[in-house]
Design a protein around this ligand. Structure first.
Ligand code: NAD
Ligand code: G6P
Ligand code: MN
Ligand code: MN
Length: 433
């Protein structure tokens, strides 16, 4: 049987993952699931861990679940390591979202200044985990879900000796499932050719039973109710003429780039009323953990689908299963480009449709990105590279440069003001600065 170690096991998403392991147990014989957290997350770990134990027991599946604060014990001889931790928890995310808004800049978990700071907090921790993996489970696969997932993947590829790393996001699978629903067909009949970066991915084409239905799908996406596929980005639609001209499927995060002012206005209004997304999620999380505490609950509660990461288990467990069984099916993941997208360097992490083998994801050739989107994708890749360098070196000027070249930041002076305030606000989690 397999040993899985999940870092950030106290996450409210853990029941998703456990449900995934239960559903695929026939193909993927997990013997041990180790949920790891830190002192601050101990209570959450216990609540969600107890629910996980009830879930496997109710399903009659012999997976042993271990809860621990000792990461090394969990990593020892693991076959797969999954990461879903959040350095600084949701309080840090709320600062990422609120501080930029004061300067008239988008405040978001993975984009703009918030994305930079989540990377600065997270990358040192993931590189620590990689060094431990080298010693304790050198053959394990690292399946990273921790955001910013694309930058975290690239940091591991560039700055660690771990090569078996895959970054995962639920947006591509969410788009496929959402489009299947709009077409009233089974998910398995729909496939999208994905190419781009994490939260900057485009569907270059979309097929139903192997035949392109791109025009029809673009028509469907012009309805504002169909414009996004994640719970955390809702309410605004696309200009139909824009989608037709683009002739590709944007992901929901593109709204921050193509509708910057409208998104900013919406987020400013939300921040004053219901709170930023992190603040909304803090309430949601409290409700979820109250449910999780119920000793009679022994399945994943449907309320979890209010979180943006819904269906993450499908993506994660499907990926692990295909690596383990050498399934060679197609899944969109974050991996080393290796020439799949012609306009991006070979050694950069990209989000792209891949054939999943026992040797990992093999990206499918996508050719050049359309000229209308190529520049933006390259610009974000440059931002990511500079941001990762700042996270590794702790160099102030490098962090400032990252922020200034980010398309969501309008001025060097504003960038410096935001950087200074955020460095101070997060200093507890930024030992490298
Ligand atoms: P959360 O705030 O519940 O944090 C998860 C757990 O991580 C907490 O229990 C916390 O105590 C723990 N933690 C913090 N620092 C840690 C460390 N150094 N080592 C081990 N554990 C640590 O977060 P969440 O809302 O469940 O999200 C978890 C992560 O998954 C976030 O990074 C989030 O951005 C990411 N996420 C990614 C996607 C995606 O598409 N890739 C989707 C949803 C969420
Ligand atoms: C999305 C993204 C994630 C993001 C999350 C936010 O679907 O793919 O990368 O972190 O959902 O969800 P939340 O419920 O925390 O706002
Ligand atoms: Mn130890
Ligand atoms: Mn994501």
């Amino acid at each position: 049987g397999l040993k899985i170690a999940t870092i950030g096991g106290g996450s409210s998403y853990t029941p998703e993952l456990v449900e995934g392991f239960i559903k695929r147990y026939n193909e993927l014989p997990v013997k041990e699931l180790w949920l790891v957290d830190i002192e601050e997350g101990k209570e959450k770990l216990e609540i969600v861990g107890d629910l996980a134990k009830r879930m496997v027991e109710k399903a009659g599946i012999p997976i042993d679940i271990y809860l621990t604060l000792d990461r090394e014990e969990a990593l020892k001889e693991a076959d797969f390591v999954t990461t879903q931790f959040r350095v600084g928890l949701l309080d840090a995310r709320a600062k990422d979202e609120r501080i930029p808004l004061k300067y008239g800049v988008i405040g978001q978990e993975t984009n703009g200044p918030g994305g930079l700071f989540k990377a600065l907090r997270t990358i040192p921790v993931i590189l620590d985990i990689c060094r431990e993996m080298e010693r304790l489970c050198p053959n394990a696969w690292l399946i990273n879900f921790t955001n910013p997932a694309g930058m975290v993947t690239e940091a591991v590829l560039r700055y660690s000796n771990i090569e078996k790393v895959v970054g995962l996001c639920n947006v591509p699978i969410g788009m496929e499932m959402g489009i299947a629903k709009l077409l009233s067909v089974e998910h398995s009949r729909v496939r999208i050719d994905f190419a781009g970066l994490n939260h900057m991915v485009y569907g270059l084409d979309v097929y139903l039973d192997g035949i392109s239905v791109k025009d029809k799908v673009i028509d469907l996406l012009t309805d504002p109710r169909n414009s996004s596929f994640v719970k955390n980005i809702q309410g605004l639609g696309w200009e139909p003429a824009f989608l037709k001209a683009l002739n590709a499927l944007p992901c929901p995060y593109h709204m921050y780039y193509y509708k910057t002012r409208d998104m900013l206005e919406k987020d400013l209004k939300n921040a004053e009323t219901e709170g930023t997304r992190a603040e909304v999620v803090q309430k949601l999380e409290k409700e979820l953990f109250e449910l999780y505490k119920d000793p009679n609950l022994n399945v994943k509660p449907p309320q979890l689908e209010k979180r943006g990461g819904a269906y993450y288990s499908d993506a994660a467990v499907r990926l692990i299963t295909s690596i383990y069984t050498d399934k060679r099916d197609i899944q969109p993941v974050n991996t080393r480009n290796n020439g799949a997208i012609a306009s991006i360097p070979d050694d950069s992490a990209v989000e792209v449709s891949c054939v999943i083998t026992k040797d990992g994801p093999k990206p499918m050739a996508m050719g050049d990105l359309p000229v209308a989107v190529r520049g933006l994708v390259q610009q974000i890749k440059s931002f990511e590279k500079v941001a990762i360098e700042a996270a590794v070196t702790g160099d102030y000027n490098t962090a400032l440069l990252a922020l200034i070249i980010n398309p969501l930041v309008p001025s060097d002076t504003v960038a410096k003001q935001i950087l200074d305030e955020m460095l101070e606000a997060h200093k507890q989690y930024l030992p490298q600065f």
